[in-house]
Design a protein around this ligand. Sequence first.
Ligand SMILES: [Zn+2]
Ligand SMILES: [Zn+2]
Length: 172
Amino acid sequence: MSVDSAAAQMPPSFNLKYVCLKCGRVLLKDLSQSLVLKCENCSNELDAHPGDKLGESIIEQCVVCGGDDLYVRKDFKQMAGAFIVTFAVVVATVAYFYSANMLWPILVLVLSAIADAALYRFIPDLTACYKCKAEYRGMKRNPEHGNYSHYTAERYRALARQAAEAAAAKGA
Ligand SMILES: [Zn+2]
Ligand SMILES: [Zn+2]
């Protein structure tokens, strides 16, 4: 295999977004370029946990914390979806007041629902870590990762609270 064809198989960008544990800065890294997790602000460096399939652009475990509880959701789905629906409701209301015909407002709402569904298909997936909230974009979907679960998220929030309380008790 030539170098060119190997490079062509890599995704154009394979992005990681995470928060520096030391200074709280939000950091963006392109994992297809480098696996060094060093903060640009405070120079704190974390050990990366790449997993076996990162070369195939599949996330197996969280690169930042090594946790293996990850979920998949649509990137910006709520924002774009809410915008279209709100816009449609406004247009439908205006259409209702200016038109004696009930068909127009209904048509606007139906079309916005179709636009929402079409948009949903085009919005790419994003994988996120329950434990440290790191986000991964541009990778292939790992079938082992399900959709967001409030139950799992709450379990990790409880663990984080316990850890924070234990740390506070230790410091006092
Ligand atoms: Zn930092
Ligand atoms: Zn993580």
